[in-house]
Structure formats: structure tokens, C-alpha cells
Unconditional design. Structure first.
Length: 119
């Protein structure tokens, strides 16, 4: 059941803030490392909640267009894309394949490691 306030992002922010501002400074060594990793994972989860649904829908639309399909889910069409690339069936559309795959990779980085896109 969805609540008005705090929302999912605010709850995640509270846990991340606690880990980084309260817990992390009191820890050393392996425990500090695991606290930082936990905060980073929660930050990725927050971005996934905020961006993932729209990015998945966009990617699905690109795949359906590229593969000339009106059905199929994201996982199935991603596998189909890989099969068609390997078989050479999309060689005549290589420019569009590159554009679409690059966009999908950038979207995934925007969730998992957005600083990488800044360089």
C-alpha cells in the first residue's frame, strides 16, 4: 500500500543519511566499507525507483520499433536483439542498433553510476 508521506524516496534518503552521517563515522575498516556499500546500493535503488519504469518503457519501445514487433516483454526482446545482432540480421540497421543500444546503456548508467556519464 502506498503512503503519502514519507514516500519511498524519502524513506531511502533517511536510511542513506543515517548510514553516511551517523553510522559510517563511528565505524572503521570492513564495517565502514560495508556501511558505504550499503548506502551506495540504497542510492542506486532510489534512482531505480525514480527512473526505472520510464527507462524500461522507453527501451521496450525502442526494441519493438527496431525489431518490428508489437508484443514481447523487455527481457525477451533484449535476448531477441542479441540473437539478431549475432546472426547479422540487423546489419543493414547497424546505425540505429548502435543508437538504441547506446541509449539503453546510458540509461542503465544513469541509475547505477551517473557520475560516469559526466566524464
Amino acid at each position: 500500500m502506498s503512503q503519502d508521506r514519507p514516500d519511498k524516496a524519502e524513506l531511502l534518503d533517511a536510511v542513506i543519511e543515517y548510514l553516511m552521517d551517523q553510522l559510517f563515522p563511528t565505524l572503521e575498516g570492513e564495517l565502514a566499507f560495508h556501511a558505504r556499500v550499503s548506502a551506495n546500493l540504497l542510492t542506486i535503488l532510489k534512482r531505480e525507483l525514480e527512473l526505472g519504469e520510464e527507462m524500461d518503457a522507453d527501451e521496450l519501445g525502442r526494441l519493438r520499433s527496431l525489431l518490428n514487433r508489437t508484443d514481447g516483454n523487455l527481457d525477451d526482446l533484449t535476448r531477441e536483439l542479441a540473437v539478431q545482432i549475432r546472426s547479422g540480421k540487423l546489419d543493414d540497421q547497424s546505425d540505429q542498433v548502435l543508437v538504441d543500444v547506446k541509449q539503453s546503456v546510458e540509461d542503465k548508467l544513469r541509475v547505477t553510476s551517473p557520475k560516469y556519464l559526466e566524464s
